[in-house]
Write a new protein. Structure first.
Length: 557
């Protein structure tokens, strides 16, 4: 209907004033109508005419063009057009809303890269956050007709691995891979994380340990380059790396996430070095004190090192290699990368360097950033010193809070976490409160899940077939009007890649239903069939919206 209205207004402006206009239809307060536009004000400025007179001419034309779909077109204020749909048109629009998602990504290929944990470390709350939000964004794009490839990038080489391997060898009393068998399967990730903290502290505090770690770091790169799986050191490295990937897979399965492919830095690094050295010869990159850099200052950015003086790829070169590999593998229309805010300037430089030799790839890349994840009370995480909030800690806290609140339901508890993470605008810090997240009151996941279960319960109780109305009572109209907004909210969330719009809408929709249900009986009412169709559309909309967020919509709670 929104598209039909837009086309009609564009046509009327052309016919009456020979003017081409950009139409923005908004949702005014219900008392003013179902849609509003300031097109008369636009034309008034453009044509030098009274916008109210222009509005009256447009209103008359629209009443004629949209007869049967529009019951009222009025000019308000200095020249706003307020449009009210007929009950019949609103019924058609509202009942179709749950399946009327604009196909903004039809026939488009999108690579979504997010989560990005490093091997030899545990997943922390930030990884959980990017996994949840990344899944929601990927879900939006898929629902909009796109083909989405979900991929994951992480460090299986680099200084953090050197630090961890140094501490592992020390803990094992030397290069004794057979001693790894003594580490219980359920504690391997935490065991490696503790070794990383030990290695990092030693690197920061002791010069001799720092030199030893630097040598081990080089050794790791050589083991990977040679695919050395026979030497004792190589066996330790490959065993512990696999432990990390097994741990990642188990965690993602637990939260209902999945990835098509992992890109380890050991694979992207050599590709990045090759590309950077090729482009060094063409003047994109420059040599500086034995290293290879990209000078960002001419582009309003800063200089960053892509290959260090030891000839090893930095994160920058690894990201160049990753971008080239994703492009070669998927020939994407769009590549979306989600990281924390701290990576914003870093990624600007990396993408700008790629733009110099692969402009199409760079133009198709979108970097989204998020804020910090903190527990209620404001503690920031740091995996370097070991005082991190692990991803599993967040899940366990939510589950414990859900049991305390009276529902022993792990999927619902995880849904509470997902909703708590997605309800805030991407980019802002998240302060996570487990007890607030599982509350059945207020703007929470369980509140929306309960709203869905309640609606399904109403539908189960009736033996009447839902039916369409030709005329609506005020309460029915208000609810249906809110349901009809869903495709527009979906479009906004998908266009902006901002899942929080879905959360805000679902909460407002649940509140609208509560107001309706307080005053309008459904079961055993003369209008039962009509109202059942509204309840069904409402429940279907909640289910679809929760699904986009990766949250189960239970029929019972």
């Amino acid at each position: 209907m929104k598209e039909k209205l837009t086309k009609a207004i564009v046509s009327a402006c052309k016919e009456l004033f020979d003017a081409d206009v950009q139409i923005e239809l908004v949702r005014p307060d219900e008392q003013f109508g179902d849609y509003a536009t300031n097109v008369a004000l636009q034309l008034g400025k453009k044509l030098g005419k009274n916008p109210r007179e222009i509005g009256e001419s447009l209103a008359e034309k629209l009443r004629e063009q949209l007869a049967g779909n529009v019951s009222q077109v009025e000019v308000a204020g200095p020249g706003f057009l307020n449009i009210k749909l007929t009950d019949g048109a609103l019924v058609e629009q509202g009942l179709a809303a749950p399946v009327s998602r604009p196909q903004l990504y039809q026939d488009k290929v999108v690579v979504a890269e997010y989560s990005d944990p490093s091997a030899f470390k545990v997943l922390h709350a930030g990884h959980l956050y990017t996994s949840v939000v990344g899944d929601a964004i990927a879900n939006l794009i898929e629902a909009a007709g796109g083909t989405v490839h979900r991929v994951n990038f992480g460090g299986d080489v680099g200084l953090h691995v050197g630090k961890t391997m140094w501490a592992i060898v020390k803990e094992l009393g030397g290069e004794h891979p057979e001693k790894l068998d003594d580490i219980p399967a359920g504690s391997r990730a935490d065991w490696m994380s503790a070794r990383y903290v030990e290695g990092n502290n030693a690197y920061d505090d002791d010069e001799s340990s720092q030199a030893a770690i630097a040598q081990i770091n080089k050794h790791v790169y050589q083991v990977v380059a040679d695919n050395d799986r026979e030497s004792p050191f190589g066996r330790i490295y490959w065993t512990c790396r696999q432990w990390s990937y097994d741990y990642f897979d188990a965690f993602y399965a637990r939260i209902g996430s999945h990835f098509e492919k992992y890109y380890p830095e050991s694979i992207t690094g050599p590709v990045g070095i090759k590309v950077v050295r090729e482009q060094l010869a063409k003047g994109v990159y420059e040599e500086s004190d034995g290293a290879v850099v990209f000078k960002g200052e001419p582009h309003g950015l800063h200089t960053r090192v892509f290959i260090n003086s030891q000839g090893l790829p930095t994160y920058e070169a690894k990201d160049v290699g990753l971008s080239m590999m994703k492009w070669e593998e998927y020939h994407f229309d769009r590549s979306i990368i989600i990281t924390d805010n701290a990576q914003a300037q870093y990624m600007e430089v990396v993408i700008k360097s790629i733009e110099q030799f692969a402009p199409e790839l760079a133009r198709g890349t979108t970097h989204l950033t998020h804020g910090l994840v903190k527990l209620a009370g404001g503690m920031k995480m740091s995996s370097r010193k070991g005082n991190i909030v692990r991803a599993v800690d967040v899940l366990d806290a939510a589950y414990a809070a859900s049991k305390k609140a009276g529902f022993d339901n792990e999927p619902a508890a995880f849904g509470a976490v997902k909703y708590a993470f997605t309800r805030s605008r991407l980019g802002s810090d998240i302060v996570y409160d487990p007890e607030e997240s599982v509350s059945l009151e207020g703007n929470s996941g369980p509140y929306i899940q309960y709203a869905h279960a309640r609606a399904r319960s109403i539908l189960r109780k009736s033996e009447v077939e839902p039916g369409k109305a030709t005329e609506l009572e005020p309460g029915e109209r208000s609810l249906l009007r809110k349901i009809s907004e869903y495709p527009e909210v979906f479009e906004k969330a998908t266009t902006e890649l901002m899942p929080h719009h879905i959360c805000t809408y679902l909460y407002e929709l649940a509140q609208a239903f509560n107001r309706f249900y307080e005053k309008n009986r459904v079961i055993d009412d003369p209008r039962e069939a009509v109202r059942l169709s509204l309840v069904e559309a409402y429940a279907d909309t909640l289910e679809d919206g929760l699904g986009l967020l990766g949250i189960h919509a239970p029929d019972k709670m």
